[in-house]
Design a protein around this ligand. Structure first.
Ligand code: MRU
Length: 351
């Protein structure tokens, strides 16, 4: 089947699959300026850590194009307004570090070439945004190959949230490993958590699994513990939005709970994440900002109330899995094992 292209930039327009309306409709959301990009990230038209990063790269380029047109002969004002635009994009979601990583890369390129002719500067920024997108696809393939080495033939795999082609520039992180295992004839079976409250598992992962013809079943999140206890799961694969220096990993709410059950019953629990998801600046998961989203995500489904009006809600979008619950962190550079502080320090030195 044709590859799923969730992010595409052509004719100066960023075209995103609108993940808010899948699987019912396959529609595209067009971003013509950086404000559209900020909205698309915040409202989760596009979501998933690497996909957010790649999208933000184009947001920075669109900002530079617009502000350069506004101040063609005033580079100082251009740079001041660019700084504000980059901060605006940077704040669109707080947890996925790929967003901050991509914006920092674009910011450095801007600083390094701030005196270039306008055309050349814009060309460089556009090329860098393309590189961020293309490198993520390559990275995913390399992670998938490393991750596939820990998947036994005939394995039943449990996964959470959506970590596939929709959550990245293509192929996926945890779902990339699942794709690879399936494509290499391992005869795998997948249980996909529905992933309340935004249902990335039922709406997006199920859609990708069906597109690929990967044998699978959808479960409600609370079924996972029973399957694990009953010996029905051989391995758990999840993605991450930010990995701290000690290996603690933030991912979609519910991941931590899965890791606890997996540890009790001795089921291998792997985090699959590119090195762009590692925050080398923080020591532990305690430093990760966890996004809290609107009450409506919990009290309503498709606009229909499923809770009494006025009920208070606590809706953190992510949780942190402590490093001691993680069997390995699959990156494009290989599988990191405990002690993670050492493994991640080595990666930092190689950068
Ligand atoms: O809120 P979301 O849908 O952006 O959360 C996404 C996840 O938690 C993914 O598991 C994570 O970004 C890794 S995806 C490659």
């Amino acid at each position: 089947m044709a590859d799923i292209i969730a992010i595409e930039f052509s004719n100066e327009v960023l075209r995103l699959i609108d993940q808010r309306v899948l699987p019912g409709k396959l529609e595209y959301f067009e971003c013509r300026n950086y404000r559209d990009v900020e909205f698309a990230i915040k409202d989760m038209v596009v979501r998933g850590a690497p996909a957010i990063g790649a999208t933000a790269g184009y947001g920075a380029y669109l900002a530079a194009k617009e502000l350069m047109q506004k101040h063609p002969s005033d580079r100082k004002t251009f740079l001041v307004e660019m700084d504000a635009a980059l901060n605006f994009l940077n704040n669109s979601r707080p947890t996925a570090v790929n967003l901050m990583w991509a914006i920092a890369k674009m910011r450095h390129a801007l600083e390094d070439h701030k005196d270039d002719a306008a055309d050349l500067l814009l060309e460089r920024l556009r090329a860098l945004a393309d590189t961020i997108l293309n490198e993520d696809i390559e990275t995913n393939h390399r992670m998938a190959e490393h991750g596939n080495t820990v998947i036994p033939k005939g394995a039943t795999i449990l996964t959470h949230c959506n970590t596939g082609a929709l959550a990245t520039a293509g192929y996926g992180t945890a779902l990339g490993v699942i794709r690879e295992a399936h494509n290499t004839g391992k005869n795998i079976f997948v249980y996909a958590d529905e992933t309340r409250p935004r249902n990335q598992g039922s709406r997006l992962t199920s859609w990708e699994l069906m597109q690929e013809g990967i044998p699978s079943k959808l479960i409600v999140d609370s079924t996972a513990a029973t399957l694990i206890r009953d010996g029905k799961i051989d391995v758990i694969l999840v993605g991450a939005d930010r990995v701290a220096g000690n290996g603690d990993a933030a991912n979609k709410i519910g991941t931590f709970m899965l890791s606890v059950v997996a540890k009790v019953y001795g089921v291998p629990f792997y985090v699959v994440a590119p090195t762009t998801t590692i925050d080398f600046d923080i020591k532990s998961g305690k430093e990760i900002v966890i996004e809290e989203r609107s009450a409506e995500e919990v009290t309503h489904i498709e606009g229909v109330a499923i809770a009494p009006e006025g009920m208070d809600v606590y809706n953190p979008a992510f949780d942190v899995t402590p490093h001691e619950n993680i069997t390995g962190i699959v990156t494009e550079k290989g599988i990191l094992k405990a002690p993670y502080t050492e493994a991640i320090r080595k990666l930092a030195e190689e950068r």
